[in-house]
Design a protein. Structure first.
Length: 426
């Protein structure tokens, strides 16, 4: 594969293998697989997507490389990331990691926050991420330093969203709840309200105030909810019933939802049905859930700790996968590569048809915006932003797929290839 010149905008790409979920009905198949596509670009937008015509174009030929729209990282923690070297938790599990986070905060100067967040954004962009949502911990009813420091961090090619991650107890007081929501609403575009909802801090009155303050300030919500395996976790079930009786203006994202796997089949189906009716997006975080749930020193975990993704898919719930913590007290590893998250999910959740169906879990824009009517990525009129995987095939992907070519608005912005990956053409 000869790579195009990054300084010249492309007029299109030829012979790219797109996943089946992205292609219009009636797209031709060959040996059961979608035929490759030609994508025409104009001024950084896609103008058409048509089956590959070998003789009829002079576009950059990708020789059948797998291609996806710009990737989504829907759940990160740029304020905590890359702190593991200086702050290791003394015990496994979520609550010990939270304790370690509070000890590490003494180092969170503006420079420290920006340098670590910049590294995360740079890695994500090189991996093909075009939208990244970071949660930022609040330790008071006023925004923390990280909230403002990350506000103006720009990474070419990435739209950055911020979620105020606020302990539920802060919403117990209605004035405080309103003050927090107002501060988020006045923080500009791409800001959401969030909260940490867990059986250890459960308070239905505070939940009601959280919902009401978000609604009053026209905010969307992204909640850390039921990040545990206790059958006593109330969050998702409370939320599902609240939404079936109360109007909510924004979109709601529920991150984690592990406790669903501890409820009975019937209880879980009831919750999923109600969440589906409200178009709530569920964000599963397999890496940190596998690390933090059922974690006891010296004992092999018996439970997987992941939400009911297949049942949620069957219920029609919009879904995404996120990396969650990267190289901090919650998760010592991580790469800001959504393919690593999907690889983990492949085994943890026993996914099949990973490229043609499940790749949607890392690039479904409608699930991230909450707008069911937003068009398909890579449809005519959409940004000409995509990621190519030279050397991968649909059976192997997302494993052995570190090689990348990232196209942003019709122009090559990142490449990571090596000879072995390119030799499949010869
Ligand atoms: Zn998180």
């Amino acid at each position: 594969m000869n790579l195009p010149d990054p300084t010249t905008p492309l007029n299109g790409i030829a012979n790219a293998r797109l996943p089946a979920w992205l292609l219009p009905a009636g797209w031709p198949l060959q040996a059961g697989e979608p035929v490759t596509a030609d994508l025409h670009f104009d001024a950084g937008k896609i103008t058409s997507v048509t089956p590959y015509q070998p003789e009829q174009n002079n576009f950059w030929n990708t020789h059948g490389a797998l291609a996806l729209p710009g990737l989504i990282e829907p759940h990160a923690h740029l304020d905590k990331t890359f702190t593991i070297a200086r702050s290791r938790p003394s015990k496994p599990g979520l609550l010990a990691a939270i304790e370690t986070l509070h000890q590490d905060r003494q180092h969170w100067t503006a420079d420290d926050l920006r340098q670590r967040a910049r590294k995360g954004l740079t890695w994500a962009a090189a991996n093909g991420v075009t939208r990244l949502r970071t949660h930022i911990d609040w330790f008071d009813v006023v925004p923390p330093l990280a909230w403002s420091e990350l506000a103006d961090m720009e990474q070419p090619g990435i739209t950055l969203e911020r979620v105020a991650l606020v302990p539920l107890s802060f919403f117990a007081d209605t004035d405080a709840a309103d003050r927090i929501a107002r501060a988020v609403a006045h923080s500009g575009k791409h800001c959401l309200l969030g909260g940490f909802i867990h059986s250890s801090n459960w308070d239905p009155a505070a939940m009601t105030h959280l919902m009401q303050s978000a609604s009053r300030w026209q905010l969307s919500l992204d909640l850390h909810i039921d990040e545990e395996l206790s059958p006593l976790a109330h969050g998702l079930s409370w939320l599902a019933h609240y939404l079936s009786h109360n109007k909510f203006n924004g979109h709601i994202f529920c991150s984690h939802g592990c406790a669903l796997s501890s409820s009975s089949e019937q209880q879980a189906q009831d919750v999923l049905r109600l969440l589906s009716a409200q178009r709530v997006t569920l964000i599963a975080l397999p890496m940190t859930n596998l690390l933090l749930q059922d974690a006891v020193t010296g004992r092999t975990p018996r439970q997987r700790g992941i939400t009911l993704l297949k049942e949620a898919q069957a219920a029609g719930i919009p879904l995404l996968l996120g990396c969650d913590n990267v190289q901090d007290a919650f998760c010592p590893a991580g790469s800001y590569d959504p393919l690593d998250t999907l690889s983990c999910a492949l085994f943890a959740l026993q996914l099949d048809n990973v490229f043609d169906r499940q790749s949607r879990l890392i690039c479904d824009v409608a699930a991230l915006t909450g707008d069911a009517h937003s068009g398909m990525p890579l449809a005519p009129g959409a940004d000409a932003s995509l990621v190519l995987f030279p050397g991968s095939d649909s059976m192997t992907w997302p494993l052995q797929s570190a090689a990348r070519v990232v196209i942003h608005h019709g122009r090559l912005t990142h490449k990571r290839t090596w000879n072995q990956e390119l030799s499949h053409e010869s």
